[in-house]
Ligand binder design. Sequence first.
Ligand SMILES: [Zn+2]
Length: 185
Amino acid sequence: MNKYYLNLVEKSLSIAKEVPNLTILGSDILRRKCVFDNYQTSLLVCGNLKIALAKIRDLTGVGRGLAANQIGSPDRCFVTFVDGEFQYFINPKILSTSVNTNWYKENCLSCGPVACDVERASEVTISFIDKKGLENEKEFDGFWARLLQHEIDHLNGVVNIDHVGKEDVFLINFDPLKEQLRDSR
Ligand SMILES: [Zn+2]
């Protein structure tokens, strides 16, 4: 058995124990389309997401984003942790995506020790409300574009493995911290 799989199984068990509200594949709410109600509610949910993601990161050293339905909330928001900083994305909407795509082996905190090579747009423009309640419209590329599409998928009830055939879902066999975007499969 490869070390990345064993490591992630061990980490998944510690997450299940320490962050019991993390929803996993098979949970109905993970498949629900999340709905925005108001900024104050989303701000509270983002606070809870930040606590949960920080805990997961303390336990495992991995985890770049967490969406509301991954902790059982139907609210339309998620948080990210990139370059040492948490950011809130409230009521995010994809406005446009590039024709160019890239590939990346994704795993997901809600999907356990499995991964799949997912093709996504290389650039994405989204609108969202930030932590201060301000409306933003921004273009993202690189890893950010990848992460935002993964998290917005969650808010639509979609997870990474939905993008590939079942024969293309595999037990994790690579170091997720060393995975790089690729132009082709
Ligand atoms: Zn995920």
